[in-house]
Write a new protein. Structure first.
Length: 453
């Protein structure tokens, strides 16, 4: 059999095998091991200075000629080891399209070497130490996606060197479409040039940021907002008002806004009421900042809204959610109420939402532990076109819900019932047998093993 199958056919077979079979494939023969490695395009490695020297890493990576994506993590907290890892990856994997190394900061020289050795690199995720410098970005001509974590440490202000000063005054335009920055401080110089050079941005993600740069960065920051389509703000309470205000004033192309763990009631309301964009997706995890008036304003101003995702939003009630349901009855296709106690506080809310949101395709009610069969079943009766349903961690549900799902929702393709203690294996087996469209089911392995017997 080994001699009958050609290399190309074997590689195609390897690509279709489940991940659990990979270890067995590599043990068949040296030929199979070589072909299996040649078929791998993505690799994640955890390395330690004690057992992973750069020569060993280079030798190992050389066995994967078609590696496109490489993720490296290390227990070391020094930039020296990270620099050596990046240099090894650059020299061994010329076809890389994406590389990630976030544990410890890297230096300038490995980055320049990476840009030369991997000319097709389009996605880069790294950590940098202060003082910040971005002139190395000019060497990456194919880079579209950039994520940078600014290493914690001393935040004393510093003077720009001659190179940073020269590039700070240049008018270079980068090709970046996605930019993610974590940990910006008030003392961080150099960001003004980065903002000004990112005029093709489609997505901006800020995490744990206390500023958008030094005093001169605000006017440059506005320049990168004009064409944005998606913004994510994670734990950025210090700058949330400023960012939302500038978005409302300067960005009309925004389609998706996500705010997690750090909002501003007034700033959020001002954005919703004053923004001129045709927002389609709202995604909030704001336990103490999101209120009904925000949802009512969204129902009035964002008529094109198709997706509303709320997580741990404790101050929202049925009044706010029903305003969305009534105003957007013909638009909303995705609704998520994850760990939102309004599901428990207001009986009948889900029934009303189901009756209003007739075009609902995706529903996520995960981690509502006090959600019971009666409430969910009455909602599913009206949501007959659902294709995706997530009920992870809903411990109050039983087999009754499973029966209702395959009777009411014939178009379900993806279902998540992990950690639903009241749902038994018999009901899962019956559910699978009665839903021919089902493509993905997430459930505990023990229940699947029982059903398969």
């Amino acid at each position: 059999m080994d001699t009958i199958l050609c290399d190309e056919l074997l590689q195609e077979i390897f690509l279709r095998l489940p991940p659990t079979s990979s270890s067995a494939v590599s043990l068949v023969s040296k030929r199979w091991l070589r072909l299996f490695r040649s078929s791998i395009s993505r690799l994640s490695l955890h390395l330690s200075p004690h057992n992973s020297t750069p020569p060993l890493l280079s030798s190992f990576l050389s066995h994967f000629p078609f590696l496109f994506s490489l993720s490296l993590t290390t227990a070391a907290d020094t930039s020296t080891f990270s620099d050596l890892l990046l240099l090894s990856a650059a020299s061994s994997c010329p076809n890389l399209r994406h590389i990630q190394l976030l544990n410890s900061p890297v230096s300038l020289f490995p980055l320049l070497s990476l840009s030369t050795s991997c000319p097709h690199l389009c996605s880069l995720s790294i950590a940098l130490s202060r003082p910040l410098s971005f002139h190395w970005l000019l060497s990456f001509h194919s880079l579209k996606d950039l994520s940078i974590v600014f290493n914690t440490g001393q935040f004393d202000s510093y003077k720009l060197n001659s190179t940073d000063s020269a590039i700070g005054n240049s008018e270079t335009e980068l090709q970046l479409e996605t930019l993610g920055l974590s940990g910006i401080q008030h003392c961080d110089y150099g960001l003004s040039w980065l903002w000004r050079s990112c005029k093709q941005l489609k997505k901006l993600q800020l995490r744990s940021c206390y500023a958008i740069g030094d005093e001169s960065s605000l006017s440059s920051f506005v320049e990168c907002l004009i064409g944005l389509q998606e913004v994510e703000l994670w734990t950025c309470r210090a700058i949330i008002d400023e960012v939302l205000s500038k978005l409302a004033e300067n960005c009309t192309s925004l389609k998706c806004l996500s705010v997690y763990d750090g909002g501003s009631r007034q700033g959020l309301l001002q954005f919703i009421t004053q923004s001129q964009c045709n927002l389609q997706k709202l995604n909030f995890r704001l336990p103490l900042d999101l209120q009904n008036n925000h949802l009512m304003a969204a129902a009035e101003n964002f008529r094109g809204l198709t997706s509303l995702r709320l997580q741990s939003c404790c101050l929202v009630t049925g009044e706010g959610l029903n305003s969305i349901g009534i105003a957007m009855s013909d638009q909303i296709e995705e609704l998520a109420l994850i760990n939102c106690d309004v599901v428990e506080r207001e009986p009948g809310l889900l029934t009303t939402l189901g009756q209003n949101l007739r075009r609902l395709r995706k529903l996520d009610l995960s981690y509502n532990e006090m959600l019971f069969d009666k409430e969910l079943v009455s909602m599913l009766f009206s949501c007959s076109y659902l294709s995706e349903l997530k009920l992870r961690g809903c411990k109050g549900l039983t087999n009754v819900t499973m029966v209702s799902m395959f009777k009411s929702c014939k178009y379900l393709e993806s279902v998540d019932i992990m950690y639903c203690c009241g749902i038994e294996a018999e009901a899962i087996e019956l559910f699978v047998l009665n839903l021919p469209r089902l493509r993905q089911l997430q459930v505990e392995e023990s229940k699947i093993m029982w059903a398969s017997k």
